[in-house]
Design a protein around this ligand. Structure first.
Ligand SMILES: [Zn+2]
Length: 301
C-alpha cells in the first residue's frame, strides 16, 4: 500500500477544539482512501478529493453534503419512501461527482430503484431522540477537570503547548488501532479497547474511521474563559470516510451512530447529545474521570 499523502484540509471544526492542524480534517481521508471497503464511500471520498483540488472549501463542503445526501437517498431499500424524481436526481449527482462515471445500466437501475447502494458508514441517518443519548453520564465541568488534572497550559484560542509537567507525564502518543493519536493515557487506552471491539464487529467502519484531533490546549470556541476538554486530551473528534460531520445537524454519518454504543460502554459521551449537536466529538464523562482518579490511574495532585 502506498504511503498516505500528507494533504490536509479542514472541512469543519469541533467548536470544542481545533483539529491538530489547519488541514487536519482531510488527512485521514487520503489515509483511509486505499483502505475503504465500503462501495458507497469510495465515490464520496473521490468526489471530495476531486472538488478539493479545483474548488473552494465552501464549494467542496457543499458538494460533500450533497453527495452524502445522494448516498442516503440511494441507500434506501424501500422504493416507496423515495420519490422517483429524487432518486433520479441523487443518481445523477453521484454520477456527476464521481471521477469514474457509473455504468449506464447501473445508473438506470439506481434511478429506477431496481438497485440500491449497500448501506455505508457515510450515509446520513437521523440522530437518536434527544434525551436518549449519554444517559447516566455527565459532562465533566472545567472546575472539576482543573481540580483533578490541573491547568493544562495557557488559555489560548488555538492549540498551545502543555505547560503542566504533571499532565505532560500523563499524555502519550498511542496507536489506538485505526490511527495514532495524542491524548491522556487512560483515554487512549479506552480508545484502543473501543476500536478493538469495532474492528471485530464492523471491519468496514474500523477501516474508515479517522481522527481530527484529540489533545489541543485551547479554549472552547467562542469562549475565552473556559478550557475545552481537548485541552486535557480526554476528548477526540472523529471522521468517517474522511468526512468530518458538521456541527448543529440532526442527521449524521451512520458510522458515528454505530460507534456511539462502543464509546458509551467505556463511559464516553457523544457530542451529538449536546444542545447544538457536535457529532464528531466524543469525550470522557465526569464518571469516567472519577474512575481514573479512584483507581489511581490519575495520581492525586
Ligand atoms: Zn471535539
Amino acid at each position: 500500500m502506498a504511503e498516505p499523502r500528507e494533504i490536509k484540509v479542514t472541512l469543519t471544526e469541533c467548536p470544542d477544539a481545533t483539529p491538530k492542524g489547519k488541514w487536519a480534517g482531510f488527512a485521514k481521508g487520503f489515509e483511509s482512501f486505499s483502505r475503504i471497503i465500503s462501495i458507497a464511500a469510495v465515490p464520496v471520498v473521490l468526489a471530495i478529493s476531486g472538488s478539493m483540488i479545483d474548488g473552494s472549501i465552501k464549494k467542496q463542503s457543499l458538494s460533500r453534503e450533497y453527495v452524502q445526501l445522494a448516498v442516503s437517498v440511494l441507500e434506501e431499500p424501500d422504493t416507496n419512501k423515495v420519490k422517483p424524481g429524487l432518486r433520479s436526481w441523487a443518481a445523477d449527482l453521484l454520477n456527476k461527482e464521481s471521477p469514474i462515471p457509473l455504468a449506464p445500466d447501473l445508473l438506470k437501475e439506481l434511478k429506477s430503484g431496481a438497485t440500491t447502494l449497500p448501506e455505508s458508514n457515510v450515509g446520513l441517518v437521523d440522530l437518536p431522540p434527544k434525551g436518549t443519548i449519554n444517559n447516566g453520564l455527565h459532562e465533566p465541568s472545567v472546575a472539576f477537570l482543573l481540580s483533578v488534572l490541573g491547568k493544562p497550559g495557557e488559555l489560548t484560542p488555538d492549540c498551545s503547548p502543555i505547560t503542566n509537567p504533571r499532565l505532560k507525564d500523563l499524555v502519550v502518543t498511542a496507536d489506538v488501532g485505526p490511527f495514532k493519536t495524542v491524548g491522556l493515557k487512560p483515554a487512549t487506552d479506552a480508545l484502543t479497547r473501543i476500536f478493538a471491539r469495532v474492528k471485530e464487529d464492523h471491519p468496514d467502519l474500523y477501516a474508515s474511521v479517522g481522527s481530527a484531533g484529540m489533545l489541543c490546549v485551547r479554549a472552547v470556541r467562542g469562549s475565552r474563559g473556559s478550557f475545552s476538554n481537548h485541552a486535557w486530551g480526554i476528548a477526540i473528534d472523529l471522521t468517517v470516510g474522511g468526512i468530518l460531520a458538521p456541527t448543529g445537524q440532526s442527521r449524521v454519518p451512520k458510522g458515528l451512530q454505530v460507534l456511539y454504543p462502543y464509546f458509551k460502554a467505556e463511559k464516553f459521551m457523544w457530542g451529538a447529545g449536546e444542545a447544538r449537536p457536535n457529532s464528531m466529538h466524543f469525550t470522557a464523562s465526569e464518571e469516567l474521570v472519577r474512575d481514573w482518579v479512584s483507581s489511581g490511574v490519575i495520581p492525586s495532585q
